[in-house]
Design a protein around this ligand. Sequence first.
Ligand code: CA
Length: 229
Amino acid sequence: MTSAKILIVEDEPAIQELLAFNVMRAGFQAVCAEDADSMWRQIQGQTPDLILLDWMLPGASGVVLARQLRSDARTGDIPIIMLTARSEESDKILGLESGADDYITKPFSPRELMARIRAVLRRHIPQMPDETVAAGSLELSPASHRVTANGRAIELGPTEFRLLHFFMTHAERVYSRTQLLDQVWGTQVFVEERTVDVHIRRLRVALEPFEMDGLVQTVRGSGYRFSVS
Ligand code: CA
């Protein structure tokens, strides 16, 4: 197996170099970009397995770029870890809502960064069976990575896709945030319970145009339930 290719998007040369050094030392391939244009050029050359995306970039910010990456079919599945000097909770939520899979605040320890990269890559290793699953008029195909509602395609980010797959295969039961984290994100991941709420919100927003957002139900004090009944 070839090592995963990490695209580092960071405009400060010293930090870019430090990131590349640690990524390569951990056995991954590193490619670098210093702004949006060079990021898109790199992606056109070869799709990376993960993007480390700095929040503060010249021109388009990391948040804007994360949204663009997510909304493009060719890049929508690439995991993103946002790098930022901001530690405000609201910024964190904004970063996740823009499409990042995880978030790390500068200054970070190389050890923590590598643990997060490994965790996010592990999450994206397909572990789902290939069988298409259906619930009501929703159909989800892990093999083609497509979700349809009454035959119309629904665009979902990778986390929402896994979350919906879990819900569709575990309908009518209530799961706590912690249980969802374990089942969907994996047990070795450093994410907070609030992350679940962010992705639930994104899943509902994606289902809303099909009037299916009500399938994902909040169970007060307990967690969430997917119900088609
Ligand atoms: Ca920067």
